[in-house]
Every structure is written in C-alpha cells, then in structure tokens.
Design a protein. Structure first.
Length: 177
C-alpha cells in the first residue's frame, strides 16, 4: 500500500506527523520509504532518460563521423582532381563553377543517402515505439528536422574542400605531375 500526501511544508516534520498518524490508526502497519515526490518521479523516469541520453550520444557520434567521412572523401577527391581543376580554371572556369562542381559531387550521394535513410527509418519506426513519449513514431517534424540537419552537415563538409579547390592556381596544378 502506498500513501501520497501533498504539503506546503518541505521539512521532515510532515513525515514524522504522517508516521505518527498511521501508527495511531494501526500499530502493526509499517511505515517506511518516506520520500519526496520529486525523487519518486525522478526515479521512475531514470531508465528512459538514460536510454534517451545514450541514443542521443550515439546519434551525435554518428553525425560527427559522417561529417568527418564526407569531408575526408571530398578532400581526397579534390586532391586527386587537382590537375583537372587547374585545367578547368586555365580554360576560364570561375571559382563559383569549381565550387558547384565539387559540392554537387559530394551532395549527390549525401542526398541519396538521406532519401534511403528516410525510407529505412520509416520502415523501422514501429520498433522504436517503446522509447518514444509524446511523439508519434512517424512524426513529420522530426523526420524533416533530422533530414535538414544531415543535409546541412553534408553541405558544410563538402564546402570546405570545394572552397580550397577554388584557390588552386592553374599554373601550379598543371605542373603538379
């Protein structure tokens, strides 16, 4: 049996008064585990909170690894195409054209990955139902926010090597090999 009492006082005197009243009604009734409601509530949500924090931490690490991976692949591709970029710039390509070329090359697989990821996550949302509170498994706002966030991270990861590619001196690039 459990008894919950609301009190405007936050001291231990309330607990002693409740204990005395229960013992006055029934001397054989044990009174134990007297706690504040805040601690009971905190204890009841501790496991879901830990799971959420753990899942959020893994999601953050995955986002960081994706950004570093995209950056690495695009930077490597730009370094391999230095001569080609130099030739393009020597033939009159503007920095904006080179920027578009490199960003498009990196964003195409990223956008395909976001679309496939949306389809896959929509398919497995039923497995996550027990971890969600107050949110539908197919929440459009969540899907849109995560997709836009991933696209922004991919765009930023592609932009840095693309910006460096615009700084390639055509003469240096042609003498590269």
């Amino acid at each position: 049996m459990a008894l919950m009492i609301r009190s405007s006082s936050a001291d231990a005197g309330v607990a002693n008064a409740v204990r005395n009243e229960v013992l006055a009604l029934d001397k054989n009734q044990p009174v134990y585990s007297i706690r504040k409601l805040d601690s009971v509530l905190s204890e009841s949500v501790a496991t879901p909170r830990f799971r959420t924090l753990l899942l959020g931490g893994f999601a953050g690490m995955a986002l960081l690894l994706a950004a570093v991976g995209i950056y690495g692949v695009i930077a490597y591709a730009v370094s391999q195409r230095t001569q080609e970029i130099g030739i393009r710039m020597a033939l009159g390509a503007q920095a904006a054209d080179v920027l578009k070329l490199v960003v498009k090359g990196g964003m195409t697989p990223a956008l395909i990955g976001v679309v496939l990821g949306l389809a896959g996550s929509f398919a497995v949302t039923r497995l996550m139902t027990t971890l969600l509170f107050g949110v539908k498994p197919t929440d459009a706002t969540t899907f849109a926010t995560v997709s836009v966030g991933l696209i922004a991270v991919a765009l930023f990861a592609c932009f840095i090597p693309a910006w460096r590619a615009t700084k390639v001196d055509p003469l240096v690039a042609l003498r590269y090999e």
